[in-house]
Write a protein that binds this ligand. Sequence first.
Ligand code: NDP
Length: 271
Amino acid sequence: MDHYAVIGNPVSHSKSPRIHGLFAAQLKQDLDYCTLEAPLDGFISSVKSFFAESSNKGLNVTVPFKEEAWDLCEVRSERAELAGAVNTLYLNDDGQLCGDNTDGVGIVADIKINHDIALKDKKILIVGAGGAVRGVLQPILKEMPAEVVICNRTVAKAEALAELFKTRGNIRSQSFEDICGDFDVIINGTSASLSGELPAISQDIFASGPVVYDMMYRQGLTVFNQWAQDSGASKVIDGLGMLVEQAAEAFAIWRGVRPSTDEALVSLRAE
Ligand code: NDP
């Protein structure tokens, strides 16, 4: 049997074993997927000992190790290279450690396929400029939106991301205070919702009825989505679909077959 794991610290709360278990059952794949907690100063040795065992085939990487995983890889996909972070690890036929980042395709698949919302020619506002936002920018720009505006509490980080991705599409940065205009889609990629906080931006951005996507997920509405809904958003979506879709992409990379995500999403919502 092939073995897989999600490595992080802490990691016991991760939904990844459940998601990959559902995928394996659906596709009748003989595999096992568990959590692997690495010491905060022991990520590299944990990865090396995992892959030293030949039946261990792949790792997902979560907080706080995605950047360290990027450094460790000998081969990176283009999207991982640009993301500056890796969430999927495996060995190639030459035994090299390969890294990919499936978060960006995860959010795009969730928005486009699960929610039937095209991003082409849309005006998109992204709030936040941390690791998750950097990871989703290339796949979002590939959809050829009319414009992507990034705003962040620390403006310099938004400016740096806009600069990094400027050759890949129409992207610019703004400060929280300066955001204005009508957006078709607003994505919250800050971690503010985790602590029940709201970014200090004007609720006027919701007045034109945009679709709002919070990368965070929880039972019920996230604080950001509740605020957006109360302020005029036409639809609010949380990040559970992104989580399931990024897992499906990792599964496809490892196993060569792509699971359908509908059943897993329904099961996780019900749980
Ligand atoms: P980072 O720590 O890298 O970045 C955090 C970001 O949030 C920064 O832009 C930071 O701004 C901003 N921020 C934090 N608190 C506040 C606040 N009170 N007001 C305004 N801005 C704030 O985190 P990640 O990028 O890794 O994760 C961001 C979110 O995305 C998390 O909620 C995470 O759970 C979610 N996520 C979801 C995934 C999914 O599959 N659904 C996958 C990956 C992430 P500043 O730069 O000024 O500090």
